[in-house]
Design a protein around this ligand. Sequence first.
Ligand SMILES: Nc1ncnc2c1ncn2[C@@H]1O[C@H](COP(=O)(O)OP(=O)(O)OP(=O)(O)O)[C@@H](O)[C@H]1O
Ligand SMILES: [Mg+2]
Length: 379
Amino acid sequence: MPAKALTVLGIETSCDETAAAIVRGFPPGPGEILSNVMFSQIAAHQPYGGVVPEIAARAHVELLDGIISQALSEAGLTLGDVDAVAATAGPGLIGGVMVGLVSGKALALASGKPLVGVNHLEAHALSARLAQGVAFPFLLLLISGGHCQLMAAEGVGCYRLYGATIDDAVGEAFDKTAKLLGLPYPGGPQIEAAARSGNPKRYPLPRPMIGREGADFSFSGLKTAIRLIAKEETLTGQAVADLAASFQAAVVDVMVDRVASAMREFRTEFGGVNQELTLVAAGGVAANRAIRQGLEGLAGREGYRLSVPPPALCTDNGAMVAWAGVERLAVGFTTPLDAAPRARWPLQGLEDSVHLLSGLGTPPLEPATESRTSQSPLK
Ligand SMILES: Nc1ncnc2c1ncn2[C@@H]1O[C@H](COP(=O)(O)OP(=O)(O)OP(=O)(O)O)[C@@H](O)[C@H]1O
Ligand SMILES: [Mg+2]
């Protein structure tokens, strides 16, 4: 393993953020963020109530070069100064992933630096090591626009599933609920803001999966309950705030119960003497303060340390991709220039697929479908 800190350029284009960053460091972190440039395309998608894949891909093409140049200049570096170029290779909206990965390949080829194809979910998973230098193993709660999973994170490329949502992702539930409440996209921050002046007890909403064995989640029943209320009542003013608060409180209760169940499983596996147990929450929904508070209380009760990256590192960003590049480069995982972008690419079994990406074989070409439909305006 190289002893010196690694400097990596990271490129993120898997959804509606066009982002590039330079990060310097070495596992287990924390890393130093030399620059972190992000352009959110929210305004372009807002009229449609969700991300339109074609608009996103075009915007990435137009914006990415300038954003990469800005990331390098803010860091005071040229491409010759970085040790590798990392780019999200999936999962995500395939058009956007292609734009970022092809740009990463071109820069790697032109500069003679290695390419690291990054799994976007692993980038979220490792963001707590970038921010706080968390050691493996840790219990990972990945809560984002397309995912809701609890996993044992045992090492780079090494994730084992305890439980996942059986229907909607939690970010998707926030976004769909916001739509029903007449709040603009993206719904998560809007619901959080509206909930601040709301009464969380006004609407007694269901708490799906609470008390069940295992660590699976379900959010579709909650969404249906909200839809029924929205049909029966005209939701304005205080009712919107109260329903937002009631929804958020239900999500927090579900989250705390499911994480508690996974904590017990994780403790059985990893809770040896002197072993500090850590819960990491990552992904855009981990930016939510009520969820953070719920997890903080739970961690205190269960004797876990809670690590949540700052909000700007929870939602999509280039720094987490650059850091995942640092982590992979440090253990010698690089990616051949003919690697395929992947619309779907689960975190469990990543070790095998990374071997594929690392030149031991060719990953199967993904069908040109999107990895999820949650933000499709057609849904
Ligand atoms: N403060 C918040 N409270 C609740 N949800 C939030 C908050 N901030 C962002 N979100 C939600 O997080 C999601 C975006 O997170 P992220 O950028 O990690 O997801 P994604 O990249 O679109 O999905 P994935 O990472 O699964 O591919 C959206 O659903 C958004 O509504
Ligand atoms: Mg994401």
